[in-house]
Design a binder for this molecule. Structure first.
Ligand SMILES: Nc1nc2c(ncn2[C@@H]2O[C@H](COP(=O)(O)OP(=O)(O)OP(=O)(O)O)[C@@H](O)[C@H]2O)c(=O)[nH]1
Ligand SMILES: [Mg+2]
Length: 346
């Protein structure tokens, strides 16, 4: 799962990257984008591990991608800069909240760049299809090209009217047929306000939340400076600055859940861990996330919901005795935080 940090130049993407991953991006590699991993924190797994004391505790990770900033005036080069993000599953739009207060305006302007970049990719393809249709070709191919052309024209019209591809109502088949474009306006996004040393306890303005209800904020630079201090100094400065909590963990979780991922747990003496799955996935697919073989040789799953596991003192045995460990088949839809024990053949 890869999340791109995107935004106009100087909004603090690289600082956010370091805050989230603990790694400093190399300034000489800005143009091609840089990736580092971050654990997705999970208090529930921390509690499971505290109780079961496995040899190892493993959190699922997200890959965080730092990208080159866009130019607000020299727009021509922006689609190329955005090319770095095409392979990401979603994006975090970083807004300057330390030297500016027009968050909604910044977000609106950035989204225009996404529309513009998608428009360029899709409209480049149209003349090629049109030219191809003028030549003789088998009826089946012609029909497929005509369908694609109509779809692309529909997308172009929508983008030109300011509608992101995600809001056109594409069918699953249509989405498949435009997958190779890796449209930016089809990707899930959240807005992140990178606050300065003040204002970070204020609620986000309503005009921003109207555009992006899941927008989040944190004073990134300040939090990094505080985290670098010794405990006593940190406490004193936190009280001084009005910082009551740190936002790194909740930000990574918002990024993870914001693109439609969830987790399930596996537990054991050797290892307890979280596994990343798409929301609504079936047990057999979840098993395949652990290991391809486990998906192929899936027989059934023993499922305990997290709350039941807690009430059973983190014991599968106790859950079984109390009838709280369900036996589920391939098509069981896994819920966030289910504890799964996959039984397999061979
Ligand atoms: N005061 C203040 N300055 C910040 C904050 N975040 C970033 N900056 C400053 O903004 C400038 C740009 O930060 P970067 O993290 O390099 O921004 P960027 O978005 O990666 O920039 P590009 O890669 O050029 O697009 C630096 O001089 C930072 O010190 C903040 O929270 N407070
Ligand atoms: Mg940068």
């Amino acid at each position: 799962m890869k999340m791109g940090l995107v935004g106009f130049a100087g909004t603090g993407k690289s600082i956010v990257f370091e805050w989230l991953t603990g790694e400093k991006p190399d300034p000489s590699k800005v143009q091609q984008g840089q990736t580092a991993m971050a654990d997705v924190p999970d208090e529930r797994l921390a509690k499971i591990s505290a109780a079961l004391k496995p040899k190892k505790t493993t959190y699922t990770k997200v890959a965080v991608l730092d990208t080159p900033g866009l130019m607000a005036d020299e727009r021509k080069d922006n689609p190329r800069r955005l090319g770095v993000i095409r392979e990401a599953n979603g994006m975090v739009i970083v807004l300057d909240g330390f030297s500016r207060s027009d968050f909604a305006g910044q977000l609106r302007k950035f989204r225009e760049e996404l529309l513009f970049a998608d428009l360029e990719v899709v409209s480049n393809r149209i003349p090629k299809l049109e030219a191809g249709l003028k030549k003789a070709k088998p009826a089946k191919e012609r029909e497929a090209d005509e369908i694609e052309l109509a779809l692309l024209r529909r997308i172009v019209a929508a983008l030109e009217a300011g509608t992101p591809a995600a809001q056109i109502g594409l069918t699953t088949d249509e989405e498949k047929s435009v997958r190779s474009f890796q449209l930016l306006t089809l990707k899930p996004e959240i807005a992140f306000v990178n606050r300065g040393d003040s204002g970070f306890n204020d609620p986000l303005p309503a005009d921003l939340l109207a555009l992006e209800p899941h927008a989040i904020q944190a004073p990134v630079k300040l939090e990094m400076e505080l985290l670098a201090l010794g405990e006593e100094d940190r406490k004193a400065f936190m009280a001084d600055m009005g910082v009551t909590s740190f936002h790194r963990d909740s930000t990574i979780r918002a990024m993870f859940y914001g693109v439609g991922r969830e987790v399930f747990f596996t537990t054991g003496e050797d290892e307890c861990r979280t596994w990343s799955i798409p929301k609504g996935c079936e047990a057999v697919e979840a098993a395949g996330c652990i290991h391809k073989d486990l998906g192929e040789k899936f027989v059934r799953a023993i499922v305990i919901s997290y709350n039941d596991f807690v009430s059973c003192h983190y014991s599968e045995k106790e859950a079984k005795t109390k009838g709280l460990a369900r036996t589920e088949g391939k098509n069981y839809v896994v819920k966030d935080a289910d504890i799964l024990h996959i039984l397999h053949s061979g």
